[in-house]
Every structure is written in C-alpha cells, then in structure tokens.
Design a protein around this ligand. Structure first.
Ligand code: SF4
Ligand code: SF4
Length: 203
C-alpha cells in the first residue's frame, strides 16, 4: 500500500464522510462527493452559506473517512484552506466536470455560491481488517509529521510471554525485549493490560 493507492481508493469510494468541529466543540459529519484528486492534494466544493464552510474557515481541521467493501478503512487527517481566486474557478470547473450531478444541484451561475477548499498536508492512515493478520500503515501527504500511535515494548520486558497469549493478531515476536509488529497491531491494548512488568507503553 502507498499514498497514491490510498487516494485512488478514496476516489473510487466516491462519497466520503468529512468530520469537522463546530463552534461549541461538537463533532459534525457530512458526506461529500464533490471532490477532485491530484497526486499532491484534494480539492472539494461546498457552499459558502453552509455551517460546514463556516467550520472550515474558522478552524480548518478536518478528518475524512473512506471504507471499502474489502474492509479497508482510509482516514485522512489534515487542514483545509480556501484556494485563491484563480483556483476557485479552475478547481470548481474541474469538480463540476467530473461530477455531472452538481449541475443539477447548482444549475447555471448558482454555482457561484460555492467555495473550493484544498487539503495538501495530511496524515493518511490505511487499516485493512479483511486480511490475516490485519494490516495498517500511515502515510503523509505533503510536509507533515506523522503522529505515532499504538503500543511499544520497552527494555523492562521480562520475556514471560504473557502478552503473546492475549494478542488477537499474534503480532508479538519473541526477543529481548519482545517486539510488536506495528503493521499488524490492532491497538486493542490487550498486551498492555496483561503485562506483569509494566513494560508496554502507549505511544
Ligand atoms: S508480558 Fe510484558 S514482560 Fe512479558 S513478554 Fe510481554 S512485554 Fe515482556
Ligand atoms: S495492542 Fe492488541 S493487537 Fe497490538 S500487540 Fe497488543 S494485544 Fe496484539
């Protein structure tokens, strides 16, 4: 798996869930399909009067979720910003060309109420529950630092093997210390709870 394949899969899913945070700090989710994909950015269209737009302009943080029929989850976490005036026309036309239904929703010049946002810096998590063991990996779009998640075994490990007994994905290898195969870990926390030595830490 890689970044470009993740973007392609998002495009194939088509309708994605976009999560933002409103003025009161409450989560808000909308389904969006007016999206154009470039190799290094996503562009999406909404209307200026929508609360969604207000949330994007005031905060910008957005999380996008795609889920495929093969049990793959792709989650993008980034910040959206409105493109410049020239880009507004260029990307809006591109999005309308690729999504013909939009001409029905915003016929003629009514599409001028729209605004195009761009996301060109984001973290993209790929999580496949349809394979054994499960597989996960994280990629960066643009210049972003990836937030490490999950669990890691430290030098305090005694080598007792208790963690391996409770791991649903059998993704802990023996060694000194024992080691979690990060690409196959569910982040369930079973090993963390079971370790008698407190050798496992949450990243
Ligand atoms: S349960 Fe803790 S001490 Fe035992 S092998 Fe696993 S990490 Fe090491
Ligand atoms: S967090 Fe869960 S899946 Fe990951 S190593 Fe620990 S027990 Fe296994």
């Amino acid at each position: 798996m890689d970044l470009q394949t993740c973007l392609k899969k998002m495009e194939l899913v088509g309708v994605l869930a976009f999560a933002t945070v409103d003025k009161s700090g409450a989560p808000q989710i909308r389904n969006i399909s007016a999206i154009h994909y470039e190799q290094d950015a996503l562009y999406f269209f909404t209307a200026r009067g929508k609360n969604f737009c207000e949330e994007l302009l005031s905060d910008g943080r957005v999380q996008i979720l795609a889920y495929t029929k093969y049990k793959e989850m792709i989650r993008l976490s980034g910040k959206a910003y409105p493109v410049d005036d020239e880009g507004q026309v260029k990307w809006r036309e591109k999005i309308f060309e690729e999504q013909p239904y939009l001409a029905n929703v915003y016929p003629g010049d009514t599409k001028n109420i729209g605004i195009v946002f761009c996301i060109d810096k984001a973290e993209i998590e790929y999580f496949n529950l349809g394979v054994n063991p499960i597989f996960r990996e994280t990629y960066s779009l643009g210049d972003v630092t990836i937030n490490q998640k999950g669990y890691v075994i430290t030098e305090k490990c005694l080598g007792c093997g208790e963690c391996r007994k409770v791991c649903p994905q059998s993704c802990i290898d023996e060694g000194s210390p024992f080691k979690i195969r990060q690409n196959n870990c569910l982040h369930c926390g079973g090993c963390y709870e079971k370790c008698p030595a407190g050798a496992i830490i949450k990243k």
